[in-house]
Design a binder for this molecule. Sequence first.
Ligand SMILES: Nc1ncnc2c1ncn2[C@@H]1O[C@H](COP(=O)(O)OP(=O)(O)O)[C@@H](O)[C@H]1O
Ligand SMILES: [Mg+2]
Length: 350
Amino acid sequence: MARVTLDSVNKRFGAAVAVEDFTLDIPHGSFLAVLGPSGCGKSTVLRLIAGFERVSSGQVLIDGSIVSGPSVHVPAESRHVGIVFQSYALWPHMTVEGNVGYPLRVAKVRGEAYRGRVAAALEMVGLAGFDARRPSELSGGQRQRVALARCLVMEPSLVLLDEPLANLDVHLRASMEDEFRAFHAKTGATMIYVTHDQAEAMALAERIAVMDKGRLVQVADPHTLYSEPATTMVAGFIGKGALADAEVLAPAEDGRCRARLFGMDVLLRCRAGQPAGKARVCLRPEDVALAGEGVPATVRRATYKGGVTEIEVTPETSPDVTLLLIVSSAPKPGASVKVRVDGGWVIPGS
Ligand SMILES: Nc1ncnc2c1ncn2[C@@H]1O[C@H](COP(=O)(O)OP(=O)(O)O)[C@@H](O)[C@H]1O
Ligand SMILES: [Mg+2]
């Protein structure tokens, strides 16, 4: 197991800031996803931990030892970190056995120990018996498993994965997600998994670090990210829902505050200390429902989802807001309805 600490890490490429003031503690044996849109700095964070990049300032610690800092840079090969990339980076001229065993040969592991560890790694990813194949004779999913086995063969206590499933089709991704989870459960290794796909992050990780423009904006479990997003960016990036303007009428009490929303008085969820005044509100499908009394609104779209129907409605007072609701029997597009708001999250500092 390994603990990773990033302490006020900055990374600049020339004048461009890729990672800014990034501080995060990743405990032993945890499974963290780093999530954010393309270009927000996820890969750079991973490369800084791996030792492929040097920090501009701040420091990176592994198990309490500084591996990157103003005057320290432990080279990547001395960090004992397993890495899996999106592009599998297999050697096409080598067999599966040759690829998986490569790091062992570099480490001068030979004979019975070599054969045993290669076999165990292939077994772990469900590729026992594929030793003699070449990468060209494997499917995309199998190639990614070989890459995973090559990482596992060194029994790393820290595994870094950079969008490892981005090139795979949807059903293969789901089975590989299961494999990553099983691997984590089996080995207890610390895993840091970079992805731009929120569904993948939610499915895999206990904790998700959301990045935006080089900065860490929120670290939380998937449920908290969904129900209590820290910023409008997180609200928009995780899950479905709508953002609307509200006026908080009274400061928070017991995690709730009274507010004016769509011309109605409503009770919203909010963080402790939320002051009165203007605020943005995140409304998930669970926070809104059709009702006899409520906000007058018009149905714009209805999409059957098997068993339930997802409808989009716009409140009369806020035609620029599109609310999503899940209903069992859907009114027709164009119908006038009433919408009740029970819940909704006041985005802090918005
Ligand atoms: N070696 C590099 N040289 C110059 N700019 C880079 C380099 N690596 C990354 N960047 C820039 O840093 C930013 C973050 O990149 P990256 O970490 O790859 O983002 P992500 O993985 O989230 O898509 C981007 O603007 C990217 O262009
Ligand atoms: Mg990347």
